[in-house]
Design a protein around this ligand. Structure first.
Ligand SMILES: Nc1ncnc2c1ncn2[C@@H]1O[C@H](COP(=O)(O)OP(=O)(O)OP(=O)(O)O)[C@@H](O)[C@H]1O
Ligand SMILES: [Mg+2]
Length: 252
């Protein structure tokens, strides 16, 4: 008997995207993402990762093929590579922005914003301005802002790429904890084999020029995601396997 799967939160069917200047950024991509899953998009610079993410978010239309996002799917949030905070507003006001724009009562929005800032480790920094925060702290504010609407789908475009390794590892762990708690569907763009394997249940490897799906890898391990996984034999094996798939993709 086959195990029933729930309907995907986003499905791409034979999607291609070309730009006005003639660049074919993405060619014939078909994929479906299950609710609550954690998927990484891994590939070299220019292979169409950001283009695919924008297509999934509905920020851009495919040239051919179709993108389906069921009506029943709740909010979609986007975390950009740069934290893109409003410099003149406090951390709290930055986080509550999506709620303020939606017309939520001020007190309710502030309470929710405070709760999320605490959740990302920024209790006590509610009144700080972006210029007073480190790069890692700004990224935490940006993640809190993305989560304030309780999205069902969260798309992240290389969110930790600009951070030092120690901060990145810490944010990887904190973000995984949030995902385990809230079980939003995460789509995570990264250049890093190690990060993709550490974070996700599934890695989609992309080949470049034009961007295509080269491999669809299940990251299966008995380890709970976290530091004990990072030092396991499973992690080393899965990184090697993913690295080989990426190398192969880069030759095609
Ligand atoms: N608006 C645009 N107009 C024309 N070409 C574009 C546009 N956006 C992206 N491209 C081209 O499409 C291809 C894919 O770009 P995309 O930004 O999706 O790559 P990426 O995988 O996200 O790269 P990176 O890892 O450097 O962020 C590139 O060749 C890029 O030059
Ligand atoms: Mg990009």
């Amino acid at each position: 008997m086959s195990v029933p799967t729930s309907s995907p939160v986003v499905a791409l069917s034979n999607v291609s995207k070309s730009f006005a200047n003639g660049t074919l950024a993405v060619r014939d991509v078909t994929l479906a993402l299950q609710p609550g899953s954690f998927t990484s998009l891994l590939g070299p610079s220019g292979c169409g990762k950001s283009t695919l993410l924008r297509l999934m978010a509905g920020l851009s239309e495919p040239t051919t093929g179709s993108v389906t996002r069921p009506q029943t799917v709740g909010t979609t949030s986007f975390v950009f590579q740069e934290p893109t905070l409003m410099p003149w507003a406090s951390a709290l006001d930055n986080v509550t922005l999506p709620l303020d724009l939606a017309g939520a009562p001020k007190a309710e929005a502030a309470a929710k914003g405070r709760e999320l800032l605490a959740r990302v480790g920024l209790k006590g920094f509610e009144g700080s301005y972006p210029r007073e925060l480190s790069g890692g702290m700004k990224m935490r504010v940006s993640i809190a802002r993305a989560l304030v609407t309780q999205p069902q789908v969260l798309l992240l475009d290389e969110p930790f790429a600009a951070l030092d390794e120690i901060t990145r590892f810490k944010l990887n762990n904190d973000f995984l904890e949030l995902w385990k708690e809230q079980r939003f569907t995460a789509i995570f763009v990264t250049h890093s084999v190690f990060e993709s394997v550490y974070m996700s249940e599934r890695v989609l490897v992309l080949a470049a020029c034009p961007g295509r799906l080269a491999a669809d890898l299940a990251i299966q391990t008995e380890h709970e995601r976290g530091e004990q996984f990072r030092t396991s034999a499973d992690y080393a094996r899965l990184c090697r396997q993913t690295s080989e798939a990426l190398e192969k993709a880069m030759k095609t």
